[in-house]
Write a protein that binds this ligand. Structure first.
Ligand code: C2O
Ligand code: CU
Ligand code: CU
Length: 480
């Protein structure tokens, strides 16, 4: 049990639902063989390579003009030794696994050159970026094997930790699972002027968290659990199994992405102490929030600051997902820390309900292969909703609950950042009052969001359990 990161189980635990027994009983049906429930980590302790935390490279901007950026991304095949004595076939951008961090400023004109070095089509979607549909990299924008795609857009949103990943119909889930994902940072005047940790790779560290299963020969084991999502018994952080990070006795910022296909991660420190959350998906919260744990569903991000000055040199602190250690911090010598935890981070302009011109309802239905939104499966040739550019709308998202369906779903909209109005009619928690592009909907819950559609084009909205998305829990909205 403890190693299982199965969505419905976690959601049950987190929500403290009394019907845990029922859910566990239903699970094996939901999950086909229920393999991941009983089959705990089959990697022996000494087969784990205790590496230091890999830090992805910052992608070089080849354009000398500070206001214009040129980046090259090359999805390609690779090989990684995750487990001693074995090699795993992987994919990555410009490397073996995952990709470099693309870092841009608000106001920049960004040109990206994607050269597809894979032997199959792919797309590159900029998750969380506000841009027009043609540059969004959705399933309708295939880059054939050997072909090139050159999206170009201007950054017009606040500082945030966004990410990029493939979105080709039928292969999104497997391409992400094999390693295609990377981070996309936006900076602005606020992020540059705040006196928070912000030195990349020094006191500002990305953490891409994903789970994988392995076959005996070291190859990735991709099991979709009958399309309810590929979960794994092993957690990777930046592509390493339980790595360590040496830290000075200073404040450290971590930008965390749940890059899993289907699993939620309930993150906390092994000693139970609190840290500060400073940002959600689309940028800074108004003020830092003291948190003892953070639940991230697939696609969601959070930025946190951990203050290591309160630990003695030699202390080991672990980042846990539920009861599993996923990253160990070794506290080292003192550092010269001039950063602070400011009282105020930013000002978030609330989108008022009264500004909304339309209410739409989306019911996430079914399980496994049978998933749909409002009874309809994704069809690339069908536009499900049409909106006028600049319009503000309220979307009510519900997750059907029945004996045959007890899963939560992370609901994501392309090309926008939205605000959460309510969960089951109640005000959202403070950490959910910032900008979001992905929101976790518990079984039988109704979440209302408010969103302004600033950019024209066709965009996807979908469940970010990648196997649900593949099975059709996705729709298209046209902004015109
Ligand atoms: Cu992470 Cu359709 O997106
Ligand atoms: Cu997206
Ligand atoms: Cu789903």
């Amino acid at each position: 049990m403890s190693k299982s990161k199965n969505i419905s189980t976690i959601c049950a635990v987190v929500a403290g639902i009394a019907a845990v027994g029922i859910i566990l009983f239903i699970n094996p049906i939901n999950k086909g063989t229920g393999m991941n429930m009983s089959n705990t980590n089959n990697i022996s302790k000494d087969a784990i390579i205790n590496s230091s935390l890999p830090i992805p490279a910052l992608l070089e901007d080849k354009n000398p003009d500070p206001k214009v950026d040129d980046f090259t991304l090359e999805p390609q095949q690779g090989e990684v030794s995750f487990i001693k004595g074995t090699e795993t076939k992987t994919t990555g951008y410009n490397g073996n696994f995952l990709g470099p961090v693309i870092r841009v400023n608000k106001g920049d004109e960004v040109n990206i050159h994607v050269n597809n070095k894979l032997s199959e089509p792919t797309t590159v979607h900029w998750h969380g970026l506000e841009l027009n549909g043609e540059n969004d990299g959705g399933p309708d924008q295939a880059i054939q094997a050997g072909a090139t795609w050159n999206p170009s857009f201007v950054i017009n949103q606040q500082a945030a930790t966004l990410w990029y990943h493939p979105h080709f119909s039928g292969t999104t889930a497997t391409q992400v699972y094999s390693g295609l994902a990377g981070l996309f940072y936006v900076d602005d005047e606020i992020s540059k002027n705040l006196n928070i940790p912000k030195e990349y790779g020094v006191n500002d560290i990305p953490l891409v968290i994903q789970d994988r299963s392995f076959n005996k020969d070291g190859s990735f084991k991709y099991d979709t659990n009958m399309m309810d999502g590929a979960t794994g018994d092993t957690i990777l952080v930046n592509g390493a199994i339980k790595p360590y990070l040496d830290v000075k006795r200073v404040k450290m910022r971590f930008r965390i992405v749940n890059g899993a296909n289907a699993s939620n991660f309930n993150l906390k420190l092994d000693n139970g102490s609190a840290f500060y959350q400073i940002a959600s998906d689309g940028g800074f919260l108004e003020s830092p929030i003291s948190q003892k744990s953070i639940l991230l569903a697939p696609g969601e991000r959070a930025e946190i600051i951990i203050d290591f000055s309160k630990y003695d040199k030699g202390t080991k602190v672990s980042l846990m997902s539920d009861k599993t250690e996923i990253l160990n911090f070794n506290v080292k010598e003192d550092g010269n820390d001039t950063t602070e935890i400011p009282g105020v981070l930013t000002k978030i302009n609330k989108i008022e309900k009264s500004q909304a011109t339309k209410v739409r309802n989306f019911d996430l239905q079914g399980m496994g292969n049978m998933v749909s939104i409002n009874g309809q499966k994704f069809d690339m040739n069908r536009i499900d909703e049409t909106v006028k550019q600049g319009d503000i709308e309220i979307w009510n998202i519900t997750s059907e609950n029945s004996m045959m369906h007890n899963m939560g779903h992370p609901f994501h909209i392309h090309g926008v950042q939205f605000q959460i109005l309510s969960r089951d009619g109640k005000e959202p928690a403070t950490e959910e009052k910032g900008w979001k592009d992905t929101v976790y909907i518990e079984p039988n819950e109704k979440v209302s969001i408010i969103v302004r559609f600033n950019n024209k084009g066709t965009f996807m909205y979908h469940c970010h359990i990648l196997e649900h998305e593949e099975a059709g829990m996705m729709g298209q909205i046209k902004v015109e």
